[in-house]
Design a protein around this ligand. Structure first.
Ligand code: ZN
Length: 258
């Protein structure tokens, strides 16, 4: 008798325990959901950048999955002053930070091609090209006329556009056009002139970059030379110069290509 009545009272308690368990479970799910939303709203800037890293990984894995992200070389987005300098996806933007105290000084434009030395790079605007004697994968172009045409964007000074990573992964082959051998100074080029091809040379043979062009808009020094573009404070955000706009996914695209 005792055993029987005990088992009945246990059976009576079980539904209440089940309900409590479900309530607890629901509360945990709700907490996680609220936490996730709060994280999304208040997440620090580095994690916005890491969202860009995920997109970039997707693009490098298979660019054809993201046909809306690419911009064609030579395109003038909207009424932008400069031509888009190569074909690809703006995977790393101006100001992005991947290590404390360092902000990216321009755009990294990643080719969908998958292979080096086939995606052309062109001058974004008329100007005078320099390739220093020890520059393997880089050219820079001074744009004196830009200052007259677009005084507000140039803020009254002479600007330069900078193009790099035009070299093979192992550092043995430069992809800069033969028209511009190392030691070229102030050679006039029109907007659209072929400068070279995208490569993966990073400056160190052991750490190739993804296949891309690093493009930046560089300020002048007091004596009229180009400033150190590795410090982003010596550069401008290329957004207004290239006329790109952010789409609903947060990707910078050419608005006229939508
Ligand atoms: Zn870069």
């Amino acid at each position: 008798m005792f055993k029987r009545s005990s088992s009945i009272s246990l059976n009576q308690r079980t539904p209440r325990r089940k309900i409590m368990m479900w309530l607890l479970f629901a509360a945990v799910v709700l907490l996680i959901a609220v936490g996730a939303v709060a994280w999304w709203v208040f997440r620090p800037a580095e994690f916005v950048t890491s969202g860009r890293v995920r997109r970039l990984q997707g693009w490098i894995y298979d660019a054809s999955l993201f046909p809306d992200w690419g911009i064609e070389m030579g395109q003038r987005c909207g009424d932008a002053p400069m031509l888009f300098p190569t074909t690809g996806f703006i995977g790393v933007e101006y100001g992005d930070s991947f290590r404390p105290g360092h902000n990216h000084s321009g755009f990294d434009i990643f080719s969908p091609a998958g292979e080096e030395n086939i995606t052309p790079i062109i001058a974004a605007y008329d100007g005078y090209l320099t390739r220093e004697a020890d520059w393997f994968s880089t050219v820079i172009i001074q744009h004196p006329e830009f200052t007259q045409e677009y005084p507000e964007l140039a803020q009254g000074e002479t600007l330069w556009t900078y193009y790099t990573h035009m070299g093979s992964t192992d550092g043995t082959m430069s992809f800069v056009s033969d028209e511009f051998p190392a030691g070229t100074y102030n050679k006039f080029v029109e907007a659209g002139t072929l400068l070279g091809f995208q490569g993966r040379w990073s400056g160190t043979p052991d750490s190739p970059t993804g296949l891309h062009l690093h493009f930046s808009i560089v300020k002048s020094t007091a004596d009229g030379g180009f400033d150190d573009e590795t410090d982003y404070r010596n550069t401008y955000d290329p957004v207004a110069f290239l006329g790109v706009e952010r789409n609903s996914e947060g990707v910078l695209i050419c608005p006229s290509s939508e």
